[in-house]
Design a protein around this ligand. Structure first.
Ligand SMILES: CC(C)(COP(=O)(O)OP(=O)(O)OC[C@H]1O[C@@H](n2cnc3c(N)ncnc32)[C@H](O)[C@@H]1O)[C@@H](O)C(=O)NCCC(=O)NCCS
Ligand SMILES: Nc1ncnc2c1ncn2[C@@H]1O[C@H](COP(=O)(O)OP(=O)(O)OP(=O)(O)O)[C@@H](O)[C@H]1O
Length: 203
């Protein structure tokens, strides 16, 4: 049987860093952000729906979504963010379930669902265990500003658009402390991998 892990945290706390380790172990990973990108590719019905809702300006000359502009809009306006979530989340969830069930049928012992908004979207029923990757707020802010080249104010708005990491830690079945080096984070992944293999066997 498969052990389905919901990997979450908050923006820039280190989910992709953890995913990198599990991918080396050939663990299949379903990436909600990636699915969100695929369903708005040019020609897909969701892109037309976004254009109808947010206006022509969110489409670039080459026909693709202007992700930077849409980010600006939704992280500065709670109502617009809700509108976007209501439009996109059902389609993202449907695709996540299809891919998860495919891997379960294949008999994969561990399947990771990398879903930034797992708690906010009330999606814990999709998984057997929840793994929360956390950092201090200061580290999160510093890494987010650096990675996305954002001002402190912009980065703080993005962090505020998601639920509290402290609450998520309390609700998690497993946690990874990503405050120190990447190597130390990888050691924690290694320990969890053994647990997850036996969780898969015991189901
Ligand atoms: C707003 C968009 C266009 C920005 O694209 P961009 O390439 O700049 O960022 P990317 O997609 O890599 O997202 C980066 C991070 O932003 C955070 N984030 C994205 N959307 C949201 C949202 N609606 N609410 C809160 N946080 C969000 C997540 O932590 C995500 O990991 C894009 O994130 C999007 O389409 N969001 C809506 C879909 C969604 O909710 N995705 C989150 C996973 S379900
Ligand atoms: N232990 C670490 N030490 C130093 N830098 C780190 C560490 N872990 C992650 N980073 C860096 O912090 C940034 C955020 O990490 P990562 O992309 O893994 O977060 P994420 O949770 O996947 O982000 P998002 O929510 O946007 O998808 C990246 O630039 C990454 O290289």
């Amino acid at each position: 049987m498969s052990c389905v892990i919901g990997l979450t945290g908050s923006i820039a706390t280190g989910k992709s860093t953890v995913v990198d380790w599990f991918k080396i172990k050939q663990v299949p990973v379903i990436d909600a952000d990636q699915i969100a990108r695929e369903i708005v590719e040019p020609g897909r019905p969701m892109l037309s729906r976004l254009k109808e809702t947010f206006g022509e300006m969110i489409i670039q000359k080459d026909g693709s979504l202007d992700r930077a502009l849409l980010s600006q809009l939704i992280f500065n306006d709670e109502t617009l963010r809700q509108t976007l979530d209501n439009l996109m989340h059902p389609a993202i969830i449907e695709e996540i379930i299809t891919r998860r069930d495919h891997y379960i049928e294949q008999g994969e012992p561990i399947i990771i669902l990398d879903i930034p908004l797992l708690f906010e979207g009330d999606l814990t029923d999709l998984v057997d265990r929840v793994l929360v990757v956390y950092t201090t707020q200061a580290k999160q802010l510093q890494r987010l500003m650096k990675r996305n080249d954002l001002s402190e104010q912009e980065a703080k708005k993005r962090i505020k658009a998601q639920g509290s990491i402290e609450k998520k830690k309390q609700l998690a079945t497993d946690v990874i402390d990503n405050n120190r080096s990447v190597e130390e984070t990888y050691l924690q992944c290694d320990a969890l991998y053994d647990n997850y293999m036996s969780c898969g066997e015991n189901q």
